[in-house]
Design a protein around this ligand. Structure first.
Ligand code: SF4
Length: 463
């Protein structure tokens, strides 16, 4: 496969330099987004150029409205599970880089992985993202093996129903091998789309030093049969506006080349990490972080936005309403950290510091209190509604006919099997409110029947 460079640096720099705040143009672009039309680079630059508080408020209001109209008030929950942190690369910002001798290196054995899975299932998790350093140890066959272990490990009513992957780029055959294990999304973050910064952060002597090999990772994934693709950038390495236009360029490229845009976009901000001693002039402020999340929401209406526990509870509370559709909860990043986390966070064992350290039940209770429906739904993936097929459902808005009912059913499962007393009480009052909102009487009765079956002990009753 010919590697393509679809990041037009000079166009991005020109747009950032020449696009000035223009209220009338901003309103035209917001209207296009609210009509659920993806934005092009020029239109996205118009939203990035907003400076005044009034226009920012209009931007945030539009992002809130679009999020509600496409995703409703659901927030999908997952947990990251680090499998191994040996790595052949030397990324300057990473606590796992090979030259860092103070990092505790480990790969979970099968029995240790099983223990982690049983722990995660006993907490109520149903969706995982498995994370690996880049190393010959973590071959496509090894990754596929660990994925199968996730699906094969059951504990009481506990089971993992969707496994996503965050790992190094593979070749087409490698993706085919991993896909055959039944994964959902494969994530590869470009880290930075700015080529000079990329070269400065990733030594050319390392595998990750190859910008184009990484940039074309999702094109190869799609050819390997993976149509739920996850992209992302590490905010704080270079100008956040450049990275937003890089991400939008990538989304447009995938839509044009593969016929389907990214399934998810992640926008992690650099956090403290073992051995992190970089000058970071491009750190993203909390205000700019809200701005970038709102612009991403409006630029790619049908792409899920993932905000991780890197961010604190306060920031998550502040930013969630602008477009985030997925978060992790009860997160442990140490290898073996779900079963062995005496003494709290240990930076030498994790890639970066976690900002939101609350447990799963506390996060679920917080979501319920803020009128969000915590969801463990995995239905689309298991019903074959992925990639282009997912979009066929998502775009006309039918997805609401599935998402909210499925979210309520997975929430009820959680409340019955794992919820604390107060979370269970708060959860069922939200379920009653949401049931009353389902306009179609027959659908509402169907959901009520299935909720009753969940109370009787039935599980996994999705639409
Ligand atoms: S960012 Fe990834 S590839 Fe780079 S050193 Fe860390 S684990 Fe390795």
């Amino acid at each position: 496969m010919m590697e393509k460079d679809f990041i037009n640096d000079s166009l991005i720099e020109e747009l950032l330099h020449n696009t000035k705040e223009d209220a009338a143009r901003v309103r035209e672009v917001l209207a296009k987004s609210l009509a659920k039309q993806p934005l092009d680079l020029e239109e996205t630059a118009v939203l990035l150029a907003i400076k005044s508080d009034d226009l920012k408020e209009e931007l945030f209001n539009a992002a809130r409205e679009l999020k509600r109209s496409v995703y409703g008030n659901r927030i999908v929950l997952f947990a990251p599970l680090y499998i191994g942190n040996y790595c052949i690369n030397d990324c300057k910002y990473c606590g796992f880089r090979k030259s860092l001798t103070t990092t505790v290196r480990k790969t979970l054995s099968d029995s240790e992985l099983k223990e982690e899975l049983i722990k995660l299932e006993s907490l109520g998790h149903k969706r995982l993202i498995l994370v690996y350093g880049e190393s010959p140890l973590y071959s496509p066959e090894f990754i596929a093996h660990t994925v199968r272990m996730c699906y094969d490990t059951k504990f009481g009513n506990g089971e993992i129903r969707r496994v996503n992957i965050n790992a190094a780029p593979l070749d087409v055959e490698g993706y085919r091998t991993v896909k055959s294990a039944g994964i959902g999304t494969f994530q590869v973050f470009q880290e930075t789309y700015h080529k000079p910064t990329y070269a400065a952060m990733h030594p050319a002597s390392t595998r990750k030093g190859d910008y184009l090999w990484r940039l074309n990772a999702m094109d190869r994934a799609f050819e390997g049969g993976i149509d739920d693709m996850g992209i992302g950038a590490l905010f704080g390495l270079y100008d956040w506006r450049f990275e937003v236009l890089g991400l939008v360029s990538h989304a447009i490229h995938l839509k044009q080349t593969c016929g389907v845009g990214p399934h998810t976009i992640s926008f992690p901000r650099i956090q403290p990490a073992n051995g992190l001693d970089l000058e970071l002039p491009y750190r993203v402020s909390d205000d700019d972080f809200k701005h970038l999340v709102a612009v991403l929401r409006l630029a790619v209406p049908y792409t899920g936005l993932i905000m991780t526990a890197r961010e604190s509870e306060a920031i998550r509370s502040d930013v969630m309403e602008f477009g985030v559709s997925q978060i992790d909860a009860g997160t442990k990043l140490e290898i073996g950290g779900y079963t062995d986390n005496e003494g709290g966070q240990q930076l030498k064992r994790e890639q970066f510091q976690v900002g939101d350290t609350r447990d799963l039940d506390s996060v679920i209770h917080w979501l319920l209190k803020n009128d969000y429906i915590p969801s463990f739904c995995t239905s689309c993936y298991r019903m074959g509604r992925t990639g282009e097929h997912f979009m066929e459902y998502a775009i006309p808005g039918f997805i609401c006919n599935f998402c909210t009912p499925n979210a309520l059913l997975t929430l009820a499962e959680y409340l019955e099997d794992y919820g604390s007393v107060s979370t269970k009480e708060t959860g069922y009052s939200l379920i009653d409110r949401e049931l009353a909102k389902i306009p179609d009487e027959r659908k509402r009765e169907l959901v009520e029947k299935r909720l009753a079956l969940v109370k009787e002990g039935r599980r996994d009753l999705h639409f």
